[in-house]
Design a protein around this ligand. Structure first.
Ligand SMILES: *[C@@H]1O[C@H](CO)[C@@H](O)[C@H](O)[C@H]1NC(C)=O
Ligand SMILES: *[C@@H]1O[C@H](CO)[C@@H](O)[C@H](O)[C@H]1NC(C)=O
Ligand SMILES: *[C@@H]1O[C@H](CO)[C@@H](O)[C@H](O)[C@H]1NC(C)=O
Length: 483
């Protein structure tokens, strides 16, 4: 595949020579430019004969764009069928391998076709920067259990890239329904930090016998790992077996104009999951799913989520942090200008008992909720197993601000359950107006446990349970390891 860029250049030179033969000066200038490009890009491909007419004739996805120096690699020109039935994985791999060689190139998944693609890694450590994955068609995941072997943590995986953009009006469809109906072991719901490993370590011995059974590890539909300057815009991601869009160990992430869609009862289908990632902005995005619309996990800082609609789903959550006595650090998160309908929680912070580290510097503002069970929640006793041990260690929660949270709830407006040994501190509430939804006959009032802070305005309903000032037994550093 390494020769495609050279072929593209050869073609371009040919076209340029023909096109500008009337102007000798311009022509020689362009020729000089192309020669320079050829030298740069051709590095490492010595011996390739870019004049080989056989290769020139292949129509192999090389679309010269005049004078821009960029290249487009269309999967259809690499053998993809795009009929939704044939396995197009190899064609995607080949198109990627070609695009990878050219700085600022475009890998094109054209509209009007449906591409069946098996788990695949668009791996980047040796790729040129600033590749665009132009998605205008539809990519679907295989539904046969054999395609998934003993399980993958992700389906479409972009790894170790500098400057990667997925854009277009296309769709990524995880065809998750066959995974959702299998009974779920809840402890599976949070995948470990998978790092770069693609395969699950877990063998599902039963899947060999029952051919229709999917492996117990459910894949994330689209993941970015270890990458910087990542943009996802325009596309739709739907029906993921598990999380729809995940960023792990990334910096400089921008998500906009994205639609996530899966049923409200599809298990563990987070919308967007952030982990160990910094400088992330998510905006103008519509998230409907069966778990957290946005989930912000350990190692995240400088996160800005705005103009997002969420519902159905479990709301926008920081955590669960500190699971299995781990240290978790999250700071500087702003969530503003959000609408939510029929979600389980609104804006939530959840931490496991026994963890350490901290979450601090959080602003939730201009959140409009409709029929949300519990719009405002901090839960330092988070536990998604049937039973969790009581522990004294906890992830510290401080400097958490709620401004202008309005609308209707169906269970209770505010639920703050903080640790006895490490109370929440610096919780401020400003302009809160939460009323029971019309259809609710009986609702509960605000609940607080070991929660310290300040009401900056009157609130509806009155939140009398918040304790003024700071915890007397301020143990903010008693958990040993600050972030
Ligand atoms: C999964 O369950 C839903 C709801 O019961 C049903 O509509 C759907 O057909 C099931 N899917 C499969 C693949 O069994
Ligand atoms: C907090 O994050 C925002 C992005 O949401 C960033 O602009 C700002 O500089 C960060 N603040 C600090 C103190 O790092
Ligand atoms: C943990 O503590 C709470 C409150 O003190 C108590 O109700 C609960 O039974 C305890 N759980 C366990 C597993 O010990």
């Amino acid at each position: 595949m390494s020769g495609f860029s050279l072929k593209r250049l050869a073609l371009t030179i040919l076209i340029a020579l023909l096109a500008c033969s009337s102007s000798f000066q311009a022509c020689s200038a362009r020729k000089a430019m192309y020669t320079r490009q050829l030298k740069t890009i051709g590095k490492g491909y010595d011996g390739y004969n870019y004049q080989d007419p056989k290769l020139m004739d292949e129509g192999n996805g090389v679309t010269p764009l005049k004078n821009t120096g960029s290249s487009t690699f269309n999967v259809l020109h690499f053998g993809a069928k795009g009929d939704g039935k044939a396995d197009d994985t190899k064609a995607f791999e080949a198109a990627w391998a070609a695009a990878c060689q050219v700085r600022g190139s475009t890998m094109m998944v054209p509209s009007g076709s449906v591409f069946l693609v098996k788990p695949i890694t668009f791996s980047g450590p040796n790729c040129e920067p600033n590749i665009v994955f132009q998605l205008d068609g539809k990519i679907i995941a295989p539904r046969s259990s054999s395609a998934w072997g003993s399980g993958f943590y992700q389906w479409l995986d972009f790894s170790k890239l500098q400057g990667i953009t997925i854009r277009g009006k296309g769709t990524i469809d995880g065809q998750g329904s066959i995974w959702w109906n299998d009974s779920t072991d809840e402890s599976e719901s949070e995948t470990p930090t998978a790092g770069d490993s693609l395969y699950s370590s877990k063998q599902d011995s039963i899947s060999g016998e029952l051919s229709a059974k999917m492996p117990s590890t459910k894949p994330t539909a689209l993941r970015f790992y270890g990458s910087s300057v990542v943009t996802v815009t325009g596309i739709t991601i739907q029906n993921s077996p598990q999380t729809h869009l995940k960023f792990d160990d990334c910096t400089g992430v921008q998500v906009s104009g994205v639609t996530v869609s899966s049923p409200g009862d599809s298990p563990n289908t987070d919308g967007i999951h952030l982990q160990n990632s910094q400088n992330v902005v998510i905006y103008s995005t519509n998230l409907a799913c069966g778990d957290d619309c946005v989930s912000i996990q350990t190692g995240c800082s400088n996160i800005f989520v705005h103009n997002v609609n969420c519902g159905p789903g479990h709301g926008i959550s920081i955590g669960g942090l500190g699971r299995d006595n781990t240290k978790a650090c999250v700071k500087n998160v702003t969530v503003r200008d959000i609408t939510m309908q029929d979600t389980m929680t609104g804006v939530r912070i959840k931490t496991w008992q026994g963890g350490s580290g901290s979450v601090s510097g959080v602003m939730f503002s201009n959140i409009q909720v409709s029929r949300v069970k519990t719009p405002i929640m901090i839960d330092q006793f988070y536990c998604d197993k049937s039973r969790c041990q009581n522990e004294t260690k906890a992830v510290a929660v401080s400097d958490i601000n709620y401004v202008n949270i309005r609308g209707t709830y169906t269970v209770n407006p505010v639920h703050f359950a903080c640790s006895d040994s490490l109370p929440c501190s610096g919780v401020t509430l400003t302009t809160i107006q939460l009323k029971p939804a019309q259809e609710v006959s009986q609702s509960n009032g605000p609940f607080c446990w070991e929660t310290y802070g300040q009401l900056k305005t009157n609130t509806i309903p009155p939140i009398d349970c918040l304790q003024r000032g700071k915890p007397s037994k301020n143990q903010l550093h008693s958990n040993g390891d600050s972030c």
